[in-house]
Design a protein around this ligand. Structure first.
Ligand SMILES: Cc1ncc(COP(=O)(O)O)c(C=O)c1O
Length: 507
């Protein structure tokens, strides 16, 4: 796309027209007999078709809920086009995207093969009630089931749903059905979605605060966040003290998680992210999950692997848990990049004994759009692309290169307290000048400056799309396209340098 030739949006003078109330109706109809919302006498709303962005923003502030994340930005942003690693605003300014819709667009924007697959399905079978079968659903489930056999040596089945949180809800149902228990273990800093069930197992109290009682709230366990170790230990000498603390909870009945007389735990499952996503792209130290999985297995507690953000080669493996030697999930949830951010589709995979038809029979869970044919067709194409790709080699290589660039940036900016990552899931933790005290303000300024689209690089005006996560909301979580080029990574480093430099001046 030539970014200089995209026409800027015309800014029109806008004065809302005075509503026209036809006289004839006013004289013949009494106010009791007419519903003003539906009658011909209802005022005509002005057409939004020709409005400028500013006019639409004004309307947005009146007609759209603020309950989503749009208003995290000081100035909510419109985009008009996307391609590869870039978003384009109405003036044709390009924004290098280093977050790719929270890792939902791993293959890059407007991927031709995925778009073509969607178009073919639109012409073939654009919609079908989920109670009937279509080929792509079965073909996609088969690919996912086989990928788990290949990655973990486990046999199971897949159940589709629409969004990540819906799949998490289904996983919770599986746990309850299989174990008869509704109590879950989960990590501090974990994120599993914002439906009620998913909020109950997501550690952030902010997501629950205004929504009443969460009786089935999970027990949250400290995550091995080594840069800020919750136990004040050093990773090279701690001997995984954090996992020892989990084990200790099963020592005897008074530690609260275990009855040695019945050999039973109060908890049905532990839900994990193999690398924390929204919590700040925090990798666990080597050996951590291997030991945790062993502890759970010995106590009959299921391991639920949330791959929604870190799956689909984000970390260089199809499933991020494949990095852990000999760890097999009992169930897995996935979503986001399965359709490369196109028609939504998510799902669960579970071991046969959990999801066998005798246990999880017809109607156990359902949503109208669950295995929608546009989603399964795009998901199928994405899985084919993954199978044909060399991401297992190229993603770690690119990740290493990008991490090297971040380390160079860290030399120039002591405010970057930590850089780390696995594959192309990278973190840059913004701090005060001491390199440790978290600076939410600095990270926030960087995010806003990037979105302003006023960064001058190599004679061009550009923007930068970042996302901020982490326990203290001070971590730039980087999830670039798996197709990002080496030139684009160099450009990313220049843009990051610019936003950090400017943000430091502004705060
Ligand atoms: C690890 C993880 N689980 C679950 C979810 C929820 O997915 P969704 O937003 O599609 O409901 C997310 C979303 O960011 C996630 O990162």
């Amino acid at each position: 796309m030539n970014i200089n030739t995209t026409p800027g949006e015309a800014v029109m003078d806008f004065t809302p027209p005075t509503p026209v109330v036809p006289e004839a109706i006013e004289t013949v109809v009494t106010t009791e007999s007419i519903d003003p919302a539906t009658s011909a006498a209802a005022p005509q709303a002005p057409s939004t078709e020709t409005m400028s962005e500013q006019e639409l923003l004004d309307i947005e502030s009146e007609v759209c809920s603020y309950g989503d994340t749009v208003h995290y930005a000081e100035e909510p942003k419109f985009f008009e086009n996307c391609e590869g690693s870039y978003l384009y605003d109405g003036e044709g300014t390009s924004y290098l995207d280093l977050q790719m819709w929270y890792s939902a667009v791993n293959l890059g924007y407007a991927n031709q093969r995925v778009s073509d697959a969607l178009k073919r399905q639109i012409d073939k079978l654009p919609q079908l009630a989920c109670q009937y079968l279509h080929k792509e659903k079965v073909q996609l489930a088969y690919k996912i089931v086989n990928s788990v056999v290949k990655g973990f040596g486990a046999k199971g089945r897949v159940h589709f749903n629409v969004g990540g949180a819906n799949a998490v809800e289904d996983a919770l149902k599986l746990v309850r059905r299989h174990t008869g228990k509704s109590r879950m273990l989960a990590f501090e800093g974990g994120y599993h979605g914002r439906s009620l069930g998913a909020s109950a197992i997501t550690s952030s109290y902010r997501y629950r605060e205004n929504f009443g009682e969460f009786g089935d709230r999970a027990e949250f366990v400290p995550y091995p966040y080594c840069f800020r170790c919750p136990y004040g230990k050093q990773v090279d000498s701690c001997e995984l003290f954090c996992v020892q603390q989990i084990e200790r909870k099963f020592d005897h009945e008074y530690t609260g998680w275990w009855n040695p007389k019945t050999n039973k735990s109060e908890f049905g499952a532990f839900i994990i992210e193999p690398m924390q996503g929204t919590g700040g792209y925090v990798p666990a130290p080597k050996g951590y999950f291997e030991r945790l999985a062993k502890i759970l297995k010995e106590r009959n507690i299921l391991l639920i692997d949330d791959e929604i953000q870190m799956g689909f080669f984000r970390t260089g493996k199809l499933w991020a848990l494949e990095h852990m030697d000999g760890v097999t999930p009992d169930a897995m949830v996935f979503g986001k990049a399965l359709t490369n951010g196109m028609n939504p589709l998510s799902g669960i995979w579970a071991k046969e004994e959990l999801i066998t038809p005798e246990k999880f029979g017809p109607g156990s869970t359902h949503s109208t759009f669950s295995s929608n044919s546009l989603g399964t067709a795009t998901g199928l194409e994405v899985m084919k692309i993954f199978e044909e790709s060399d991401y297992e080699i190229s993603v770690p290589k690119k990740g290493e290169y990008f991490l090297g660039l971040l380390k160079e940036l860290q030399q120039r900016h002591p405010e970057i307290g930590d850089v780390d990552g696995v594959g192309l899931a990278l973190r840059m933790e913004m701090c005060e000048a001491d390199g440790y005290s978290p600076s939410r303000e600095l990270a926030d300024r960087m995010f806003q400056i990037g979105l302003e689209g006023n960064l001058k690089v190599d004679g061009q005006r550009m923007g930068l799309v970042l996302d901020i996560g982490g326990y203290c909301k001070n971590v730039v979580t980087l999830a670039p396209s798996l197709e990002i080029s080496y030139d684009e990574m160099d450009l990313a480093a220049k843009l990051l340098d610019l936003v950090i430099t400017q943000a430091k001046k502004e705060i």
